[in-house]
Design a protein around this ligand. Structure first.
Ligand SMILES: *[C@@H]1O[C@H](CO)[C@@H](O)[C@H](O)[C@H]1NC(C)=O
Ligand SMILES: *[C@@H]1O[C@H](CO)[C@@H](O)[C@H](O)[C@H]1NC(C)=O
Ligand SMILES: *[C@@H]1O[C@H](CO)[C@@H](O)[C@H](O)[C@H]1NC(C)=O
Length: 248
């Protein structure tokens, strides 16, 4: 059953020739609620519903990718299986979306957004905050990090109902030179060198966590299994983030 699932995921991946979303390679199911900062976003945009990942950075603020903007966003916290109601769930509406003013959807630049929730989430064992890096906090190539997510909905089924996670490694910026618009200052090049494991597509907006700190936001990737993915480098945006958090 598990093998079939992985094969289906791999097939889904091979059949989908879409860029603009990250890839998660060789994932496994997370222990339920062991990543309490994870947020699942339901987004309504021009009468279409889509989904993204995100993560809680203050009891009333979620960080995600700018590509996840919408007319209406609802945030689900405390979830493991997003398709099975759990007592730990807290569902909150987004009151205000703070899109980065220099977000460039065509070039995938400055793909970062902050979401102010209608009210504070209750911090519990299943709902918690992920610390942000300071502006001077830099991650280095070879560092092992973790990405988590629910796979992708809205493309082709199946997606994962339960939270999956995978260890990824920071690569040299030169490993992302094939991405024409890769910007070393504001983006991270992330991958699993030499891995031939199965693949599933993650959601934009999901965090890259290194030593317990949010360092990246899943931005985009390629169809080629072995190529790295691009994450937005959070530390680059520290002053913009702090300004918004302070004023709201
Ligand atoms: C919404 O869905 C409709 C029908 O599938 C499609 O024609 C339209 O382009 C979509 N709009 C957006 C903004 O994706
Ligand atoms: C849960 O998943 C099943 C099978 O994929 C689907 O039929 C059902 O509609 C889903 N339920 C919800 C609440 O999304
Ligand atoms: C937080 O807990 C209070 C008291 O139990 C409850 O009234 C409130 O609805 C909870 N908030 C959320 C976001 O679930």
């Amino acid at each position: 059953m598990k093998l079939l699932y992985l094969l289906l995921l791999l097939l889904t991946f091979l059949l989908s020739h879409e860029t603009g979303a990250d890839e998660i390679i060789g994932g496994k199911e997370s222990r339920p609620h062991s990543r309490p900062y994870m947020a699942f976003l339901d987004i309504k945009h021009c009468n279409n519903w889509s989904s993204c990942g995100g993560f809680l950075i203050r009891s009333d603020f979620v960080m995600t990718a700018a590509i996840c903007e919408g007319d209406f966003i609802s945030v689900k916290l405390g979830a493991h299986n997003i398709n099975k109601t759990e007592e730990t769930w807290q569902i909150l509406k987004v009151k205000q979306q703070f899109l980065h003013p220099e977000y460039n959807a065509r070039k995938f630049l400055n793909d970062i957004m902050l979401l102010k929730l209608e009210k504070k989430a209750n911090l519990t064992t299943a709902v918690g905050i992920l610390p942000l890096p300071s502006s001077s906090n830099s991650v280095l190539p070879e560092e092992e990090c973790l990405a988590a997510g629910w796979g992708r909905r809205g493309l082709k089924p199946p997606r994962s109902d339960t939270l999956q996670e995978v260890e990824l490694r920071l690569m040299n910026p030169s490993d992302c030179k094939d991405f024409g618009n890769f910007d070393e200052r504001s983006q991270l090049c992330v991958g699993t060198p030499n891995s031939r494991k199965s693949v599933f597509r993650g959601f934009s907006g999901e965090p890259l966590v290194c030593s317990g700190v949010a360092q990246g936001i899943a931005a985009y990737g390629k169809v080629d299994i072995k190529s790295p993915s691009v994450f937005t480098r959070i530390a680059h945006y520290s002053s913009w983030i702090n300004e918004i958090l302070k004023a709201n």
